[in-house]
Ligand binder design. Structure first.
Ligand code: GLP
Length: 261
C-alpha cells in the first residue's frame, strides 16, 4: 500500500484523476472499476474536463461500478446508474453498452449477482478499481462483518450507512434498505486499487483502514492485503495517520511518483 497526502481536497482529487488518465492513455481498453458518493463527483468532473480539454478517450474503455441500490430503476435519480450517467457517462465518449452496474431491479437478485461476476470475468477482470470509503469503513456496500473473501451479493445496509446516505434522498423514508455490491474478494482481485478520501469526517476511518488491524468489521482494512493499492487523502482525511511523515517521504523520493509531485 502507498499513501499519498495532498494539501487539499482539490489536489487529492486532481492526483486521482491524473492516475486514471495515465492508465487510460496507456491502455485504451482499460477495464475501470468505478465508485459513487460525494467524493467521486469531483473526480468525474476532472475526467470530463480532461476529456474536453485533453481529448482523454473513453471510447474503448469498459466500466464496472461497485454497487447499486435494490429496487431503484436506472431512471430514478437516486440510483447509481443515474449518478454515473449524469456525472460521467453522458459527458464523455464512452459507449453506454460498455458501462456496467448491477441491476437492482432484477427479478432474481442472486442470479444477477452471479451474472455480474461473470461479466467482470469475461472482460478479463478489473484493471483499476476506484474506491471511496464510507464513514464506517465500507468499500462499496460491504458493511461490517462482510467476509474478506465475499463476492457480489445483496447486502442489508447498516444504520450508519442509511444515516450517511439519507441526505442524498428527497424522501429518506424511500431510501432502499438493501443493495447489490461487489464483494471484498471481488475488489481485491482487481489489478490495482485507488482509494480517495477527503475531509475531516474520514480521518478516523482512514487511520483505521491504513494502519489498523485487518478486520471484517471494516472492509477497507482488507486493502492492506492488496499488492497494488494507492490511498490518496487530503491533509484533513490524513490527519490521524501515525506514519504521515514516512508516507510523505516515500512520495517525495519514489521515482514512480516523480511525474505526480
Ligand atoms: C456510498 C458508496 C460507497 C462510497 C461511500 C462514500 O456508501 N456505496 O462506495 O465510498 O458512499 O461516500 P461519500 O464520498 O459521499 O462520503
Amino acid at each position: 500500500m502507498e499513501v499519498i497526502i495532498r494539501s487539499g481536497a482539490d489536489a487529492a482529487t486532481d492526483l486521482v484523476a491524473r492516475i486514471i488518465a495515465k492508465e487510460l492513455r496507456a491502455n485504451p481498453n482499460l477495464v475501470l472499476g468505478l465508485a459513487t458518493g460525494r467524493t467521486m463527483e469531483s473526480v468525474y468532473a476532472q475526467l470530463v474536463r480532461r476529456h474536453r480539454e485533453e481529448k482523454l478517450d473513453f471510447s474503448l474503455c469498459r466500466t464496472f461500478n461497485l454497487d447499486e441500490y435494490v429496487g431503484l430503476p436506472g431512471r430514478d435519480r437516486h440510483s447509481y446508474r443515474h449518478y454515473m450517467n449524469h456525472h460521467l457517462f453522458q459527458q464523455v465518449n464512452i459507449d453506454l453498452r460498455n458501462t456496467h452496474l448491477p441491476d437492482g431491479m432484477a427479478a432474481d437478485l442472486d442470479a444477477e449477482c452471479a451474472r455480474y461476476e461473470q461479466v467482470i470475468a469475461k472482460s478479463g477482470g478489473i484493471d483499476l478499481q476506484l474506491l471511496g470509503i464510507g464513514r464506517a469503513g465500507h468499500l462499496g456496500f460491504n458493511e461490517p462483518l462482510s467476509a474478506l473473501r465475499s463476492r457480489t451479493r445483496v447486502k442489508a445496509l447498516s444504520p450508519a450507512t442509511l444515516t450517511q446516505n439519507a441526505p442524498l434522498f428527497d424522501d429518506s423514508t424511500k431510501m432502499p434498505r438493501r443493495a447489490i455490491t461487489m464483494g471484498v474478494g471481488t475488489i481485491l482481485e482487481s489489478r490495482r486499487c485507488l482509494l480517495l478520501a477527503t475531509g475531516e469526517e474520514k480521518a478516523d476511518i482512514i487511520a483505521k483502514a491504513v494502519e489498523g488491524p485487518i478486520t471484517a468489521m471494516i472492509s477497507a482494512t482488507a486493502l492492506q492485503l492488496h499488492s497494488r493499492c494507492t490511498v490518496v487523502v487530503d491533509e484533513t482525511a490524513g490527519s490521524q495517520l501515525q506514519g504521515a511523515d514516512y508516507y510523505r517521504w516515500i512520495f517525495d523520493n519514489e521515482p514512480e511518483w516523480e511525474e505526480f509531485r
